[in-house]
Design a protein around this ligand. Structure first.
Ligand SMILES: Nc1nc2c(ncn2[C@@H]2O[C@H](COP(=O)(O)OP(=O)(O)OP(=O)(O)O)[C@@H](O)[C@H]2O)c(=O)[nH]1
Ligand SMILES: [Mg+2]
Length: 225
């Protein structure tokens, strides 16, 4: 009997990230192997900022006050087989319909066909928890067994009490998916770094591709013997 071992036993070093490429069309996507985790959410929710804080590289993904800044699928390499992906924001009303249609087709194709996509980090502004497009994205991912981690971003914009209220409301709404383990939820701030360690622990569990991995009380990955 052979003992199965994970192909990726060590968590990635997020600071060693580097820009790989941006894809406007499906033919531009990098080779579909290894493990990818994609950041998605409404336009301006803080996807690029979360990636920058996670990796500690301020200028990795372009951030902007102008919604709709990220227009292509941007790939970042962690190591030879693991990548982070910054997807264009959804729900930005001012985008011309033809451009919007092109993004949607491109992003939908990516989401539906990407073999290496291990999980989705859905970024939601904590002040506007779960709009319809967020719900649709989470339900769609759950329907195809793709794990979702919801980051309630910009936690620094609310008092602790208000932020916890928002967290509770989202957890209540997603109760069934939380109970089944398909979805996890946390508060996050790219400004005061709330929740960065929690995000890293979750990503480590996805990137280590290890069914036997369990978390200890500190959120560190332990590998079951
Ligand atoms: N206060 C605060 N501002 C934030 C936080 N995260 C992002 N922002 C700000 O929100 C705006 C949008 O952030 P981005 O990271 O560019 O958002 P995005 O989701 O990548 O936006 P698109 O690519 O346009 O869809 C910027 O002005 C950021 O500085 C946060 O945690 N706290
Ligand atoms: Mg962006």
């Amino acid at each position: 009997m052979s003992l199965e071992t994970s192909a990726f036993p060590e968590p990635p070093k997020y600071q060693q990230v580097s820009y790989l490429k941006s894809a406007l069309l499906n033919k531009d996507l990098p080779t579909d192997s290894g493990i990818e985790v994609a950041f998605i959410g409404r336009s301006n929710a803080g996807k690029s900022s979360a990636l920058n804080v996670l990796t500690g590289i301020k200028s990795l993904a372009r951030t902007s006050n102008t919604p709709g800044r990220t227009q292509m699928i941007n790939f970042f390499t962690l190591d030879s087989e693991r990548r982070l992906v910054d997807l264009p924001g959804y729900g930005y009303a001012k985008v011309p319909p033809t451009v919007k249609k092109r993004w949607e087709t491109h992003v939908n194709h990516y989401l539906e066909n990407r073999e290496s996509l291990k999980g989705l980090v859905v970024i939601v502004d904590v002040r506007h928890p779960l709009k319809d497009l967020d719900r649709q994205m989470i339900q769609w991912a759950a329907s195809c067994d793709l794990p979702v981690h919801v980051l309630l971003s910009k936690r620094d914009k609310l008092s602790r009490q208000q932020a916890n209220k928002s967290l509770k409301a989202v957890c209540q709404e997603l109760e069934g998916l939380l109970d089944s383990g398909q979805v996890t939820v946390q508060l996050f701030s790219a400004v005061d770094r709330t929740g960065v360690d929690e995000l890293i622990s979750l990503l480590n569990s996805w990137f280590c591709d290890c069914d036997d991995c369990i978390m200890d009380e500190m959120g560190e990955i332990l590998t079951a013997e």
